[in-house]
Design a protein around this ligand. Structure first.
Ligand code: GAL
Length: 849
């Protein structure tokens, strides 16, 4: 009998896949149960029936496996934990990605302060015991971290591998040379203790995915392919290229860690979005040194399927390295074919078609899930944005998780990929300015190398509201950072989000190195930008900063700026810690949603805008002090429930028919209430109260909504939009009675049993007639049975101090949210919601492999 150790399910699968047809494992295989990782599990196989794994793996192409399972965690400092001899038996077992801050309690005294989300930070240690991959001596074994917040330090078997201060960079270590047969220990220290640090919630821990990669010693380098695919329109006059076609330029870097000069064959294969091989090139490298760039390879693809926001077609490059006819590496790079242009007068165009950038800024947190990466949670955010009409995302103010960019490629979003929120001059005492001098080159290069093949990315941003704008050191630094980017990628413009509008005082602008003028706020400067900056391309990199709380309406008829000016820090807190959803409040440096969009939409030279922000995010609870702990800026609240302005954008940014009325219809008798309607695809809207017409309204000039002043009386408010006299849409809001029952609505009823997938359950408090009760704040208790658990709860209230990891939540303005996560066992998840005095409700979600 031979014993082959297995560490993960995928290793198990890859071993079993070697078995010839009809042969099988003799025993124990079924002991390896899904969801558990243990280093001492073994698959026992018969010796004569199994070609030794070692003989095949030395030449086997690369494998890249999740390294997320089987970690132990300790919150606190434990310097001895780097040593392999350390006992971690009492430590908590967990699966990555993991953010310890989100599990903690809100407290005003937490060093991250409300600005950082008011949750605990500190130091944490992670350890994992694992068995070295097969034949590790003859291979390159790399552990890849997509992101650790922050100051990670890594040891393998007690040997120090290095540190990485910036919490948003992806990094890796080659560990093959330190591995030994049998058990190995990796230890990671994460230090987020120096506060205040971030101006928003960062999360703490190994909050992105970790991978273990095994390749031959000759392999494509990490991030070693660069594919530039420009679309060229048909041109009948061009005798060589009359058809629409794409020039695909491929640069590949190969590493050779064998210690000798070698020769190899390289094949570059291009597959179209349907999986059809459309181009194929083989070349030979006679003298392959330690690290070598191949010469540029050019491909000409006729009538390509373009990548666009509507049809995000992706091609695939497969780079193979062969020796003696055997494939020793195979590396996939997805890419898209598109062309885009920023024009100083006409703005942005994609594939030759004019198109305004309808963008939002997003921070990386996933609400109740914190910073811990979850692909479904990110996908849901993007779905909600797409539905609103958003076509672009600014990753404020740092490189995002790689999966986020994959989603943008796949779902059709343009991306402004941003590197930094500060350079050498600080915004807070312990922020990245401390690391900038030593690390900025490496961090910026790594962002570009990692992300350059994503078709979604159209802009590299070297920084947000950087202090060096106001200081002559800004000139040299801007030039340096732009050249770092351009050395690696010249196919995209480089931008920085500026605030100083007087160009003579703006030293980043003075460097004359940026391709586009990126302006934050200052929407009144759009009108004469072209006169002031002739021939300069323009993008509104950040706008608005409107303040709203979902479901809260305060009908003051003037627009308010909270805070009022630079001297005032907070507004006098209203007792609700809320801001009106009428779109009549913004920060003093910003403007309301309507003020901003009306300005941006008017001018073609404004290539587009990125509204601050798509979603509320943890931290930066301006304009309120504690207990406010998350932002009011989102068009959608932290739980994912749209505020009313969502529909203003939807009516402007999409072609689908929209009619949305606000506010709710539960007021004091006789009170005068402004009723607003956002609409499109119609000539007019008529409003009725209890069947009686209150008149027709039509948007005039720059109007983005219509309104009626209505004396409240209970009943039904009904709006009808009409085009050419024909009804387009009807919307009704009814006066709700007392809370009577709970309704549960799942965004998806069938999810994957992969231990990661989520079903977002909206909990609505209804009266006995099924109307949402607009001010209901009932406490809802949750019970979960079956193959899942509650990953988080929320209600979108910016000043709630209830924990996100809990089996209860108070409703807020009639709604709350429970996020269900699958286990790796397929079956059903049953969620039951109960609340005192209300009839309870349950819902069942199906999970499948
Ligand atoms: C901007 C800044 C953002 C956010 C926003 C709030 O100036 O770039 O990060 O702080 O203000 O209004």
């Amino acid at each position: 009998m031979t014993t082959v150790p297995v560490n993960t399910i995928s290793e198990f699968r890859s071993i079993t896949s070697f078995l010839p047809n009809g042969w099988c494992l003799t025993s124990h295989a079924n002991e390896f149960s899904v969801g558990e990782t243990s280093t001492d599990r073994t698959v026992v196989i018969s010796p004569f029936r199994f070609a030794p794994v070692e003989m095949t793996t030395a030449h086997e192409p690369r494998t890249r496996k999740s390294f997320n399972m089987g970690w132990k965690f300790f919150l606190g400092d434990e310097p001895g934990a780097k040593s392999p001899a350390f006992t971690d038996s009492k430590w908590r077992k967990l699966t990555l990605p993991h953010d310890w801050s989100i599990e903690g309690k809100f407290d005003e005294k937490n060093p991250a302060k409300p600005e950082g989300g008011g949750l605990p930070t500190g130091i944490g240690w992670y350890r994992k015991e694992f068995i070295a991959p097969a034949n590790f001596q003859s291979r390159l074994i790399t552990v890849e971290f997509d992101g650790v917040y922050k100051n990670s330090e890594v040891w393998i078997n007690g040997k120090y591998l290095g540190k990485r201060p910036y919490g948003y960079s992806s990094f890796s270590y080659e560990i093959g040379k330190y591995l030994k047969a049998g058990k190995n220990i990796i230890a990671v220290k994460v230090d987020n203790s120096a506060q205040p640090d971030s101006r928003w919630y960062s999360g703490s821990g190994i909050y992105r995915n970790v991978w273990l990669t095994s390749t031959a010693k000759i392999a494509v380098a990490k991030w070693g392919t660069s594919v530039r695919a420009d679309f060229v329109k048909a041109n009948a006059k061009d005798v060589h290229y009359p058809d629409p076609h794409a020039i695909v330029e491929i640069n590949t870097k190969i590493i050779n860690e064998t210690g000798r000069i070698q020769s190899a064959d390289v094949i570059e294969k291009i597959y179209d979005p349907n999986g059809k091989l459309v181009s194929n090139l083989t070349y030979n490298v006679k003298k392959l040194g330690k690290e070598q760039d191949m010469s540029t390879k050019l491909f000409d693809l006729k009538n390509p399927m373009l990548w666009s926001v509507e049809n995000p077609n992706q091609y695939k490059l497969v780079t193979q390295i062969l020796q003696n006819g055997k494939i020793i590496d195979s590396y996939e790079t997805k890419f898209g074919i598109r062309s885009f242009n920023f024009d100083a007068a006409k703005g942005f165009s994609l594939n030759g078609k004019p198109m305004k950038i309808y963008g939002v800024c997003l921070h990386h947190d996933l609400g109740a899930l914190g910073a811990a990466v979850n692909v479904r949670a990110m996908e849901r955010q993007l779905e909600i944005m797409k539905e609103m009409g958003v076509n672009a995302i600014r990753t404020a103010h740092n490189p995002p998780a790689p999966e986020f960019l994959d989603l943008c490629d796949r779902m059709g979003f343009l991306v402004m990929d941003e590197a930094f929120d500060m350079w050498a001059k600080k915004k807070t005492k312990n922020d990245y300015h401390l690391n900038f001098p030593e690390w900025h080159k490496r961090d910026l290069e790594d962002m570009v190398l990692r992300d350059r093949n994503h078709p979604s990315i159209i802009l590299w941003s070297i920084g947000n509201e950087i202090r060096e704008q106001f200081d002559s050191t800004g000139i040299a630094l801007t030039k340096e950072l732009v050249s770092i980017v351009k050395n690696l990628d010249t196919s995209r413009p480089v931008i920085s989000a500026l605030t100083e509008t007087d160009s003579t005082k703006n030293f980043i602008y003075q460097a004359k190195a940026l391709d586009i003028y990126g302006l934050n706020y200052n929407h009144k400067k759009y009108a004469d930008f072209q006169e002031n900056y002739p021939g300069v391309k323009f993008l509104a990199t950040e706008t608005t900063s409107g303040l709203q709380t979902r479901g809260f309406y305060d009908t003051a008829d003037t627009i308010r700026r909270w805070p009022r000016d630079g001297k005032t820090k907070f507004v006098e807190g209203n007792k609700e810690w809320s801001a009106s959803s009428y779109d009549n409040v913004s920060a003093y440096w910003g403007s309301t949603h309507e003020e901003t969009w009306a300005a941006a939409k008017k001018y073609d030279h404004v290539s587009g805008l990125f509204v601050w922000t798509g979603f509320d995010y943890l931290g930066e609870p301006l304009p309120y002090p504690w207990p406010a702990r998350s932002s009011y800026f989102g068009i959608v609240d932290l739980a994912g429930f749209p505020k009313d302005s969502y529909y203003m954008y939807q009516s402007e940014w999409t072609n689908k028919p929209v009619l949305h009325i606000l506010p709710h219809w539960n007021w004091e008798q006789g009170k005068s209430i402004e009723v607003w309607a956002y609409y499109n695809n119609a000539d007019e809207v008529e409003l009725y109260l209890n069947g009686k017409s209150l008149g027709k309204k039509i948007k005039q000039n720059d109007d983005l909504h219509v309104l009626w002043n209505v004396n409240f009386e209970p009943g039904t408010l009904k709006a009808i939009s009409r085009k050419n006299g024909k009804e387009v849409l009807v919307r009704e809001v009814k006066t709700a009675g007392a809370p009577a029952k709970i309704e549960l609505i799942a965004d998806r009823k069938n999810i994957k049993a992969d231990g990661k997938d989520l079903s977002f359950i909206t909990v609505r408090i209804l009266d006995e007639n099924g109307n949402v009760v607009p001010n209901a704040d009932n406490l809802v208790d949750f019970k979960v049975e079956g193959s899942g658990f509650i990953a988080g709860v929320d209600n979108g209230f910016q000043a709630s101090l209830e924990p996100f990891k809990a089996n209860y939540r108070k409703a807020f303005h009639g709604l709350c949210l429970a996020i269900l996560q699958s286990t790796e066992k397929s079956g059903n998840i049953k969620l039951t919601a109960t609340s005192n005095g209300l009839s309870s409700s349950s819902i069942t979600i199906n999970t499948e492999k």
